[in-house]
Design a protein around this ligand. Sequence first.
Ligand SMILES: Cc1cc2nc3c(=O)[nH]c(=O)nc-3n(C[C@H](O)[C@H](O)[C@H](O)COP(=O)(O)OP(=O)(O)OC[C@H]3O[C@@H](n4cnc5c(N)ncnc54)[C@H](O)[C@@H]3O)c2cc1C
Length: 385
Amino acid sequence: MTDLAEFPAPVTYLPADDEAWRSKVRSFAESAIGPRVRAMDTAARIDPELVRELFDAELMGVEVPRAYGGAGGDLFKVVLTIEEIARVDPSVAVLVDVQNALVVSAILRHGDGDARRRHLLRLATGTVGAYAISEADTGSDAFAMTTTARADGSGYVLSGAKRWTSSAAEAGLLLVFARLAGIGLTAFLVDRDTPGVRVGEPIAKMGVRASSTCDVTFDEVRVGRHNVLGRPGTGELLAIETLNIGKIGIAAQLVGLAGGALAAATGYAETRTQFGQPISAFQGVSFPLARLAAELEGARTVLYNTARLVQRGGEPAARLRMTAVAKYLASEVAERIASQAVETLGGNGFIPDYPVEKFYRDAKVGKIYEGTSNMQFRTIAGTHE
Ligand SMILES: Cc1cc2nc3c(=O)[nH]c(=O)nc-3n(C[C@H](O)[C@H](O)[C@H](O)COP(=O)(O)OP(=O)(O)OC[C@H]3O[C@@H](n4cnc5c(N)ncnc54)[C@H](O)[C@@H]3O)c2cc1C
């Protein structure tokens, strides 16, 4: 007889502590976020009280060690957190994603003891983080950025303008990339209240409206040497590695969004009757949803497998390739499921009384941020099996 314990468990079979974490986040999302989704979308703002509750529920420092006030989890728990929140509100998932998968993750993986001491406790307990690499003229070609830093006395002076910085309206700490004269791209951790930092009004958007997206300008902003994350000149590598994890976070957001939209559509189809039957009895309604459910299983399996690969520190080319694959697949399935969900609800799919029109608007940006789909293809094409 074969001993089943010899075989590794499927990636979608979660260990008990991951299952417990998932159900804790799901019940938080349904009870604390669910009732606020529509009002926050209309106001284009995340309820500040909800931000507080996210910290209190340990969802803003999932990987931060307990000694620094965090939940002491791992990257897989970050994925589960973002996925579960996005099932209810992809906008809130952006806030939680940028915090955990970009800012906290960057400090944990690239910060020295000083950076960890200075920032992890506050990021886990009350300070929102933002990640500023894109500029108005340099999006896909982000490393052509024009924001500069120059050495000056015991520190540096930053000048330039970032665009599209998610969570900037709420942020207290900004992870900013700038070209350090004579050295190269460098990452800086900049307090939002440093003189010369100016956060613009949130940009009006089609989807993820409650998540703030702002211009941030740096006008001769003086920072100390300790504000450098990693070492001067390592910004490009640091950006590639942090965005690699960021892409897993976005894939989790999109898999969650797809799951939320699919659940809304199938639930509606079972209760809505036409021609004397639930519409789910018509194959024209249930088969497209079944096909998309199969695609979602595929995207989720790739996402979980990629999270495990990155967590155990797989080979760099494989990590790059699989995070691009995971993000691409999740963005495709999210858009398709959200679109089919709108059609499944008929006229009701088109109005904000039901959640699917928002999922549809929120899904579109999945093919744009943290690298457009073309940028993912570029990576996949450049990292052959
Ligand atoms: C809601 C939102 C939130 C965001 N949050 C953040 C954030 O928190 N921090 C941050 O730094 N940035 C953020 N961004 C910026 C985002 O990452 C960029 O918008 C994205 O990388 C694309 O850059 P771009 O908008 O300049 O488009 P462009 O780079 O101008 O691309 C336009 C089109 O050209 C295509 N293209 C460009 N180059 C190539 C090529 N070589 N081959 C083939 N096709 C190509 C692209 O695929 C795209 O279809 C956010 C954006 C949005 C919309």
